[in-house]
Design a protein around this ligand. Structure first.
Ligand code: SF4
Length: 309
């Protein structure tokens, strides 16, 4: 299933409007599984969030708050957030050292939040967003996996005049992406491998849908920055870089720019914690300077390029 993993619940009560934000407040409520009760009760959606990062400077323009949403249909071997791939809230063991002693405690990854709860967090940083031309970035995981919740979040951001960016692989039905695009100011769009067979090997899915969706977004006039993770020997190869350059140069409509994201292997310990196999083993970390020549190649072809997003 590609879309719509947000799960509906029923909230019982009446909505009021927050005087400060103009947003609808949740009623005081009891909730229950939605199949057991019928209207006139309200159906309300919640999202599953696994982190909210304040003062992010690599997730779009200005100072941003990044909302990390759970669930991803891909399984990129280099994924830095393996805890985000499962759509479910889960418990993982966490090792804590105090002096000479080691303790293991359980950490819950993911929590359900309403649109209003997330907006409350976002509004705390509004002044920094406004001063720096920043905003909010929805990332993951794959935010399109919780498309209904994401759409409500984007509507709320628009009402608050917050710049909204969606960081996506583009692996979703066009119908879903088109709806999401309405209130999205900027897409950060992953382009990992142009060779489809290699894309399937390293991410678990074909890139066909993603490339089609990218072209449709550009055709609609949406702003898109391409993000290329530079993984040594996989995406950061002469062949893939040249193929990516050729592909982007031939597009009918131009992208806003290109971000080259240097690989670092700091995620390997996370895999251990989550009991997952880190298939990439000991890959060499890429330094910013290693990407200087690639940056120049893209710039020569007419693209605005940043290293590190
Ligand atoms: S698309 Fe992103 S979140 Fe999903 S598996 Fe790949 S790197 Fe991880």
């Amino acid at each position: 299933m590609l879309d719509d993993l947000a799960h509906p619940i029923l909230l019982l009560g009446t909505f009021t409007t927050c005087k400060k934000t103009g947003l609808q407040k949740q009623p005081s409520f009891k909730f229950t599984n939605f199949t057991s009760i019928i209207p006139p009760f309200f159906i309300f959606k919640m999202g599953i969030i696994f982190d909210i990062k304040r003062f992010a400077v690599h997730d779009g323009p200005g100072i941003r708050t990044t909302v990390f949403m759970k669930g991803c249909p891909l399984s990129c071997q280099w994924c830095h957030n393996p805890e985000s791939i499962s759509a479910a809230i889960c418990t993982v063991p966490k090792t804590v050292r105090i002096g000479n002693k080691t303790f293991t405690e359980n950490e819950i990854v993911g929590r359900e939040m309403t649109v209003e709860e997330v907006m409350k967090e976002l509004c705390r940083e509004k002044i920094f967003m406004e001063e720096t031309g920043g905003g909010v970035t929805f990332s993951g995981g794959e935010p399109l996996q919780q498309a209904d919740f994401l759409q409500e979040m984007l509507n709320a951001c628009k009402a608050e005049r917050m710049h909204a960016t969606v960081d996506t692989s583009g692996f979703s039905s066009w119908k879903t992406l088109e709806k999401i695009a309405e209130n999205t100011d900027l897409f950060l769009y992953d382009l990992k491998l142009i060779d489809d067979a290699l894309h399937k090997t390293y991410t678990g899915v074909s890139n066909k849908l993603m490339l089609e969706n990218l072209e449709k977004l550009l055709e609609k006039g949406k702003k898109v920055r391409i993000r290329i993770p530079a993984i040594p020997g996989i995406t950061f190869t002469e062949v893939n870089i040249q193929q990516t350059l050729n592909y982007l140069s031939k597009l009918k409509f131009k992208v806003e720019g290109v971000d080259l994201l240097p690989y670092h292997n700091t995620a390997s310990h996370k895999y251990e914690r989550f009991g997952l196999e880190y298939k990439l083993g000991e890959l060499k970390t890429i330094k910013k300077t290693d990407l200087a020549e690639t940056k120049q190649r893209f710039e020569k072809a007419g693209f605005e390029v940043k290293i590190g997003g």
